[in-house]
Structures are given as structure tokens and as C-alpha cells.
Design a protein around this ligand. Structure first.
Ligand SMILES: [Fe+2]
Length: 132
């Protein structure tokens, strides 16, 4: 899993790292919770979009306008990441959180754990200065 983590853009690595630190500071040290925080956005790396591309994608998605292939990959990053985590044998919590972190809590994730992970996902995200 480490190789995939380091294939991410630096800003996404930083975001995952901050998310992992956030769950630890919330008192969660179980490896599945930390893995869920650390790896939830690995699917984004396939889109190879920088901050501006991601922002444009988000706007186009809100407006329900046509997207490029890379934008579609970005939009599907949760599902893509969940499939990869499944192939890697990641903990079920990491798979489920990657799959659902942009939508509603699935019944497979206990509500307190979900809140901690969602809060951790608010940790610093990509900044324009992080992407070259
Ligand atoms: Fe995230």
C-alpha cells in the first residue's frame, strides 16, 4: 500500500497524512481507521488533475455539464480507490470509507468512526502552490 500512497501528488499525500494524524489525535489508533484516513483518496491519482483542474471539474459536475475522461476519473475516485484497496487486501473499513467518503455513511461503518473519518477528511487539501 505504501507504493500506491507515494504515487499520489504531494498535496494528496499531505492530505492523507493530515487525515491519519487527525484520527490519531481523536484517539483512534486501530490500523484499519488509520489506513482508511491515509488511503481514502488514492483513486484521485489516476485523473492527474491539479488544483485548477479539480476545481473546474467540481464546478462542471455541479452544473451537470459534460466532463473529459480525466474529469470522469476524478469524479469516480472513491470507487476506483475502493477497487484498488480491495485488490491490495486493505481492511474493509479503508475500502468502505474510500467508496463512500463523498456520500452518506454506509451501515458498515459505525457512526462515531464515520464522524471521526469525515472530520479527518477536512484536513488540509491541495493548494495551488503544491501542484507544479
Ligand atoms: Fe480527502
Amino acid at each position: 500500500m505504501a507504493e500506491v500512497f507515494f504515487e499520489q501528488m504531494t498535496a494528496d499525500q499531505r492530505h492523507g497524512h493530515h487525515a491519519a494524524l487527525s484520527v490519531i489525535s481523536d484517539g483512534r489508533s486501530a490500523s484499519d481507521v488509520i489506513a482508511a484516513a491515509l488511503m481514502h483518496d488514492i483513486g484521485k491519482r489516476h485523473a492527474r488533475l491539479g488544483v485548477i483542474g479539480r476545481s473546474v471539474t467540481s464546478i462542471l459536475m455541479l452544473l451537470r455539464l459534460p466532463l473529459t475522461r480525466r474529469m470522469l476519473l476524478y469524479g469516480d475516485h472513491g470507487e476506483i480507490g475502493a477497487r484498488e484497496l480491495t485488490r491490495m487486501g486493505a481492511p474493509s473499513l479503508a475500502i468502505e470509507f474510500a467508496l463512500h467518503h463523498q456520500s452518506e455513511r454506509p451501515q458498515t461503518i459505525e457512526s462515531q468512526t464515520w464522524e471521526i473519518l469525515i472530520s479527518a477528511d477536512q484536513a488540509p487539501k491541495a493548494r495551488a502552490s503544491d501542484v507544479v
